[in-house]
Design a binder for this molecule. Structure first.
Ligand code: FAD
Length: 421
């Protein structure tokens, strides 16, 4: 990187998992110019995953900061909370903020995603929420405290995590999922069926193929109506039907957007020295070469580390193996890889013991592993997929996968070099 670029400074828009990591990585990796991190939420960047898990159960509203205040100060990061970037002037290379203007040399867009709303009859009733931020979580928690009947719309990770939490807190919980199985976009049918059975056993009423038609009640929600004609009592509703990438800033500035801010293998957008990372970015998935967008902490933080390197001159493509976790009732779900093109799978362990793993193959290649309460399988899977190891069905079913991988690593010329696990 030339001194000129550094002195113009790096600006990062969005102070979530990706933005905060990018600021710190830039400095730790040697970026010498000013670094400004702008976030529209108040306070210091915090861990988002607990919002649908521990935060809902906790007696207080404490957030888990991603890093202490000293980290930003000691790294010379100018952090500006409660500040919104309203527009980008790419010709003048400046951000237009609600508080003024800010020039940039390099710009990282880490704007995340926004929950999709359900625009149906009665959607303006009180007691209907989406969940993305700490402020959302606080509102849900306050409402929940005085509620008895919860309806969760959408059987994705966030919806199911909240459903399980609310059931533990003694609420009558119904999940309405429009599709034919839970978590359909992310995991295999065998895991979907298992999650459904465990939730049902813990008292959650899960309805598949349920299409919501209206919210009923005077000012506050009292029931959710389905197209089938059924009505479900509700004094609190959480809509968890997915999130849309926050692309407006980029799109209005003329940066290429197509289901996310489109970036190349080095996370560069269509505009010079403007990058996008995390939930808002659509990037080339290296094994399939398809453009994908992922919503996970791993993706946001690994892309943040990578973009820091690219800004400092690296030209290596982003190839980290994706992984994700979720805690639903008594299940720790961990996924690694993506089952794109998968044509068969093997199951090890016992669903009846609430501990098993599903290995997805595309031809002879292991492409993804879903695990339920088998963290060791997940960790081994991350190492295997990152190193390029190709286990056979026999390796997996023999129960000696770990040994087989160790032997392969010792014998392979690169020593089983791990890309990024
Ligand atoms: P974010 O962390 O969302 O940060 C983006 C930030 O940019 C936000 O603060 C946003 O307000 C701000 N912003 C946007 N536009 C502007 C602007 N114009 N000006 C200033 N600021 C702006 N992932 C997992 O891997 N495991 C989990 O268990 C898990 N659980 C989750 C539970 C919940 C309730 C939620 C909401 C998400 C969960 N995720 C989980 C997903 C994970 O949190 C996201 O993938 C991750 O936060 C993405 O990081 P990011 O930096 O791309 O976006």
């Amino acid at each position: 990187m030339s001194a000129g670029l550094a002195s113009a400074g790096a600006v990062i828009v969005g102070a979530g998992h990706g933005g905060s990591q990018a600021a710190v990585s830039l400095r730790q990796d040697g970026y010498s110019g000013p670094i400004t991190l702008i976030g529209d939420e108040p306070g210091y960047p915090y861990h988002r995953p607990p919002l649908s898990k521990a935060f809902m159960k906790a007696g207080d509203d404490k957030l888990q900061p991603l890093r202490g205040e000293a980290m930003y100060l000691n790294h010379g990061i100018d952090y500006r909370p409660g500040t919104t970037v309203r527009a980008l002037d790419l010709t003048g290379r400046r951000c237009i903020l609600d508080t003024g203007e800010l020039p940039f040399g390099d710009l990282i867009l880490a704007t995340g995603a926004r929950p999709r709303a359900l625009a149906i009859d009665g959607c303006e009733r009180e007691g209907i929420f989406t969940l993305r931020t700490a402020a959302d979580a606080q509102r849900i928690k306050r409402r929940m405290a005085a509620s008895h009947h919860a309806v969760i719309i959408g059987g994705g990770f966030i919806g199911l995590e909240i459903a399980a939490t609310m059931a533990v807190l003694g609420k009558r919980v119904t999940v309405l999922e429009i599709g034919e199985r839970l978590l359909a976009r992310a995991i295999s049918p065998v895991v979907s069926d298992h999650v459904l059975a465990r939730l049902a056993a813990s008292g959650v009423d899960v309805r598949l193929g349920a299409q919501v038609s209206a919210f009923e009640g005077k000012t506050s929600v009292q029931a959710v109506a389905a197209l089938s004609g059924e009505r479900f009592l509700a004094d609190v509703v959480v809509v968890g039907i997915g999130a849309a990438p926050a692309v407006a800033l980029a799109a209005e500035a003329g940066i290429r957007v197509d289901g996310g801010i489109v970036v190349d293998e080095c996370l560069r957008t269509s505009a010079d020295r403007v990058f996008a990372i995390g939930d808002c970015a659509r990037f080339p998935h290296w094994p399939s070469q398809s453009l994908i967008r992922l919503e996970s902490v791993q993706n946001a933080t690994d892309q943040a580390r990578h973009v820091a390197q690219v800004i400092l001159g690296a030209t290596t493509p982003y190839t980290a193996v994706p992984w994700f976790w979720s805690d639903i009732a008594d299940m720790k779900l961990q996924m690694v890889g993506l089952p794109i093109g998968a044509d068969r799978h093997l199951v090890t362990g016992q669903p009846s013991e609430n501990a098993f793993s599903v290995y997805h193959f595309h031809g002879d290649d292991l492409v993804a592993i879903d695990t339920v309460n088998r963290p060791a399988d997940h960790m081994l899977g991350r190492k295997m997929l990152a190193s390029g190891y190709r286990p056979t069905e026999h390796d997996i079913l023999s129960g000696r996968l770990s040994d087989a991988f160790r032997q392969w690593s010792a014998a392979s010329p690169a020593g089983g070099a791990i890309r990024s696990a």
